[in-house]
Each structure stands twice: as C-alpha cells, then as structure tokens.
Design a protein around this ligand. Sequence first.
Ligand SMILES: C[S@@+](CC[C@H](N)C(=O)[O-])C[C@H]1O[C@@H](n2cnc3c(N)ncnc32)[C@H](O)[C@@H]1O
Length: 434
Amino acid sequence: MATALSIVSPKRNKRLQTGWEGFFPYYAGFPELFVREILSSAELPSDAVVLDPWNGSGTTTYAASQLGLRSIGVDLNPVMIIVARARLLGPSEADHLRPLAATILSHARSAPPAHSPDDPLLGWFQPAAAILIRGIEQNIRRSLVGNMTKSPDGIHLDRISGTAATLYVALFAACRRLAAPFRSSNPTWVRLPKNLEDRVGPSAFSIAQHFADNVRGMAKALAEKHEVDLASGHEAHTATSSIVLSDTATMALEAGSVDFVLTSPPYCTRIDYTAATRIELAVLAPLLKVTARSLGKQMIGSIQVPSAEIEVASDWGDTCSRFLKALKAHPSKASGGYYYKTHLDYFDKISRSIKRVSQALKPSGTAVFVVQDSYYKEIHNDLPAIIAEISEYHGLSSTRMEQFHLRSMSDINPGRKSYQRPAGATESVLCFTK
Ligand SMILES: C[S@@+](CC[C@H](N)C(=O)[O-])C[C@H]1O[C@@H](n2cnc3c(N)ncnc32)[C@H](O)[C@@H]1O
C-alpha cells in the first residue's frame, strides 16, 4: 500500500504560514499539504482511525478531520494540546470569537485578579501587566472551561472547548509579541530576562489591543479558510478528533484500534520542547498538574539527566548501539557523562513509545514516520535508520523510504563550525506495514 502513497516534501514552507496557521508558526510541524496528500492517497475506509502519537500543533488531526477521517492526536505538552484543539474549531464558530473576547477583556479590566508573587508570568512582565494577562486568562478559564473539563484531580486540558482553546492561542500569541525583546536567534525561543528591571511593562491598552487584534485576525482567517475549503472541496466533515494529553512511553491505546499512523517523532537534537513553549506554559500555569520542569524531564529529547540508570537495550538495534558507543568515547567534555545519559534517555523513551504505537496499529495497517538525522559533534546520528530498526523489532516492516535534504537549524549554530560534518540535514519519510 505504501507504494501508492503520495509523498511530498515534509519541510514546512514559511511562506505558507499565513492566515490561521500564522498564529502558531513557532511550533515544529510538517505542512498540511504533506499530511493531506498522504492521507488522501491512502484510500482509507470511511471508518478508519488515524493516529499521530506526537501530534504537536495538530497538523495530522486537522487534515484528517478535513478528509472526514476519525483521528487521535497525542502530545505531552499542554500547549500543543490547546493549539491542536484550536485548529479544529469549526468555521461556524468564527462569529462568536470577537464578542466573547470583548466580554472577557472587559471583565479582566474591571475586576483584575489579586497580585500573586508566584505567577510565572512575572518572569517576563512587570506586575501590572502580569495581572492583566492573568485576568484575561482567568476569564477565559471561568467562562469557557466548563464542568465537563473539570474533575477532582484537576482540569482535563484535552477536553477544553475549541473556542476556549482559540482564545488561549490568541493570548499566547499576544504574550509572545509583547515579550519580543527576549526572542533569541532561534525564533521559537523566548528567553527570560536576566534582571527583573529588564522585564517588559506594556500598558493595559497595548495588552488588550494585542489580544483583541489576534482574536479578530483569527476569526477572519477562519472565515477565509472556510471559503477556500469550500472552493477546493476540503470542507471540514464532522469526523471526531480526540486530542489526548499523554506520554507516549506509557500511554494506553487499545491494541489493534488504529488503521494509519502518521507522525514526526521528537528530534534527537537537544530540542527542549517545553522550553520553546515556556511563555505559553506560564499562561497556562493555573491549569497545569505538573511543573514546567518536571514536564521537561518527561519529554522525549529532554535535556535533563534522567533520575534512573538506563542500560542500552537490544530493541534499539545495531545502528543505535554503534552511535552510542562512539558518542560515549568522544574526547570532548561531558560526552561520556551528560550527553551519553541524555541520549540513553531519548532512545529508552522512543523505543518504549514505538512499541506502544505498533501495538495500537491494526494488522496490515500503515505507519509513516518523518524523521530527521543529525550530528553529535562529527558523529552521524542516523536517526531514520535507528527508528527503522526499533520499529522492525516491534513488529513493523519497512516498505518504503523517501529522503528530502534540508538546511537545518544547526547550520546557523556557530558551534557547528569546529566539527567536520556536512551542512543541513536529511528528512526521511519512513513507511511501514504491520
Ligand atoms: C516534532 S514534534 C511534532 C510536530 C507535529 N508533526 C506538527 O505538525 O506540529 C514532536 C512532538 O512530540 C511531543 N512529545 C515529546 N515527548 C513526548 C512524550 N513523551 N509523549 C507525547 N508527546 C511528546 C512534543 O511536545 C512535540 O510536540
């Protein structure tokens, strides 16, 4: 079946990040077109279930819903859950967004919350600004996070309404914009200011305007998207999409319940997926059950040293064990210590996750993984080969591979120059059947 799949480049085209997508361009993702081509060429039955275990900004769940396919999107980062939920908002909701935002803003300004010295927003914003942003957040929560979303152990972010999620995304984008002075050379990062005096102190007017402008822009983009979808026959169907907040290394998915897996696993390049969304996590702080730090530790690709000792396991395959051996023996500082341990953590989590993904897939179902290779110093980390070997071990048979060469983030990292290695990276689209 993989031979018939239509595979276009999975590299995100910045010029396409306009309209609705333009409100969350920071989060790693593959383009809608890539997902739509694959899913529509897969000729899936109408009751098929598509799974993206690392759903990120929800490209897979969004494209699946447009094609009328049921889908499940898993992610461990609550910010991504909100973004993926927002993306599923029906165009008919576009009209409600602006009046809702106006009410929320007016409540936030007339009855601001008490100052809380522990509010993580204070990391970037001076107290008056942090209070107003918290007030907007509190009003989104109060008016839109209903009883269905609550339980004795807290709020289930994955049951949040599409409207609430959209307003949260508008607030995320406003905070990023207002904290722009702390953007680093990597555009996805918003660092914390070094000194408290350096924090930004936007006026109440400016905060309100940024939030309202984003909501207006999102409502407009949603309405326009509806027009385009109608014209191109991609009108959203009523297919259900479940967005699930879970850790893939321990998730419980029913065995044999999924027809098609389409995903891009977390990179093995020391990307801290929670640090890239630090400001959004600060906005969501009252809804979180864990601290940003413990979330960061749980992530695949974490830069924190794991608490337990991890041994190289046989299901990681030969390519992985050769790579780890070379990394451990590398003469540079911390290679045999810190870096070896964080890489063990990565392969341990990724192999446990792939095992679960394979179990969830139906016999003769298809899995497509988009995987990027990288370098540790001058040592090639052939992640596509490693992921293929782990997948084979857990019952998936490789059927096809397409490669796309790209300029990667590490090209703009000056540290790279001291090591001999080719520029850019290769993104491989790996296809398997069970
Ligand atoms: C490469 S991104 C996926 C991007 C996605 N294809 C898109 O279009 O936005 C990998 C995702 O894996 C998530 N992730 C990392 N560790 C995880 C874990 N243990 N369980 C579930 N998700 C995890 C990250 O939060 C991140 O969103």
